[in-house]
Design a protein around this ligand. Structure first.
Ligand code: COA
Length: 375
């Protein structure tokens, strides 16, 4: 039996976390529509929903917020690592190696999976903020325990308490990106977890996977595309030229959605409220032209905006530099990855699929065999 390429349509596990209805364009976390959650409950509440199975009561929410705030500081060795490498290395590799280092420290080994998950998610903004500040010649900042997850992240980058509007938008972004069922990085996290490795190692594997432009690496390319097009009247020609060369339009298309990605709808609304009207108009023109051209080239395959298209505008508007777009996605998705790891471990069986062999048939060695090297 030949497996469909890219495992399209194959069900490899079951999950209580997230349901995607690709035909209707709906994304549901444990029964709640993500478009209703985003901006109406905090990201910390969504994290509680994914990690513990229900939205928190007020005391449960306070407890989780306290735990997250208490876990934001980095061990000295990770701070030193950031100071050493941030000037020369790109952000996702630094994030990945920092998480790996955290996992290698003894303190993490004593924790339960869920406590490690909380600690890991709490640390990511500190790592990214430290990376960014060192890279730009500034001192890393200590995290603020009086700020929520989104507000502290923005503070860690700029050293300023962010505007409420920016915190609200980033918090909604975090919720929208918190989980997406078996996206490539989450699948990889579950496969790694199924070997009974630790949470940190499984998340390192997920971060490597997120980095690719077909997954979480796209928003910087969307941003560069919009900047390179520059004016609405240039959009159609620019896009046509790229499609004629066989290139893909970043921020469009999805493996599961056959209509608009519901997260894109919310992000577009946020972008309209946040960015300069000229930039919004340019992005919307690019969106409309791309949709039309893609419809002409692929009339049978609906290709619409995915989460990355308007993410780039929202992240830019709240003050996240393009070089950190994918790291910020990792920050949001860390909750989903770890919730899936917890779920995987609850009823684990090692992932070990098989491959159809398509190499040469049996071959006989001819002539004098080589003398095997003896060490
Ligand atoms: N631009 C142009 N054509 C696209 C396209 C895009 N963004 N996305 C899909 N297509 C075309 C493919 O070229 C292919 O055409 P063909 O049948 O003529 O060869 C067809 O649509 C199906 O593509 P396929 O690669 O099988 O779809 P997929 O389900 O594997 O791909 C993505 C999903 C996300 C990888 C794909 O849509 C893509 O590369 N998008 C751009 C990158 C991006 O935005 N990534 C973020 C994802 S959240």
């Amino acid at each position: 039996m030949r497996a469909p390429k890219g495992l399209e349509g194959v069900i490899v596990t079951s999950t209580e976390l997230t349901k995607i209805d690709g035909q209707a364009g709906r994304l549901i976390y444990r029964g709640y529509d993500v478009t209703e959650l985003a901006g109406n409950v905090s990201y910390e509440s969504v994290a509680h929903l994914l990690w513990f199975g229900q939205l928190p009561t007020p005391p449960q929410l306070s407890e989780l917020k306290l735990k997250l705030a208490a876990s934001r500081n980095l061990p000295r060795i990770v701070e030193e690592f950031l100071k050493t490498v941030s000037g020369v290395a790109e952000p996702l590799s630094v994030l990945q190696t920092s998480v790996s280092l955290l996992g290698g420290l003894d303190i993490s080994k004593k924790s339960s999976t869920i406590d490690s998950s909380i600690a890991l998610s709490a640390c990511l903004p500190t790592i990214i903020g430290g990376y960014y500040r060192v890279r730009h010649g500034e001192k890393p900042l200590a995290p603020r325990s009086d700020l929520g997850h989104a507000a502290n992240y923005l503070y860690m980058l700029t050293g300023k308490v962010p505007k409420d509007q920016h915190v609200h938008a980033l918090d909604a972004y975090f919720t929208l990106l918190a989980d997406h069922s078996l996206g490539a990085s989450t699948f990889v996290a579950r496969v790694a977890a199924s070997t009974l490795t630790d949470v940190y190692s499984a998340v390192v594997a997920a971060i490597s996977t997120l980095k690719g432009p077909l997954h979480g690496g796209a928003p910087i390319y969307v941003w560069e595309m919009i900047q390179s097009i520059g004016k609405p009247e240039r959009a159609a020609g620019w896009l046509r030229e790229r499609l004629e060369k066989g290139e893909r339009i970043m921020g469009f298309g999805h493996r599961v959605y056959r209509t608009e990605d519901p997260r894109s709808r919310v992000l577009k609304r946020l972008a309209r409220q946040l960015v300069d009207p000229g930039l919004f108009n340019l992005a919307e023109t690019v969106e409309n032209e791309a949709r039309q051209l893609l419809h002409q080239s692929h009339p049978d395959r609906p290709l619409d905006t995915n989460v990355e298209f308007y993410s780039s505008l929202v992240l830019h508007a709240v003050g996240i530099p393009p070089e950190l777009f994918t790291s910020t996605f990792a920050c949001a998705r860390s909750v989903g990855w770890t919730a899936h790891i917890v779920e995987q471990l609850r009823d684990n069986r090692l992932f070990r699929p098989e491959a159809e062999y398509t190499g040469p048939p049996d071959q006989a060695l001819r002539g004098k065999p080589e003398t095997p090297a003896v060490s």
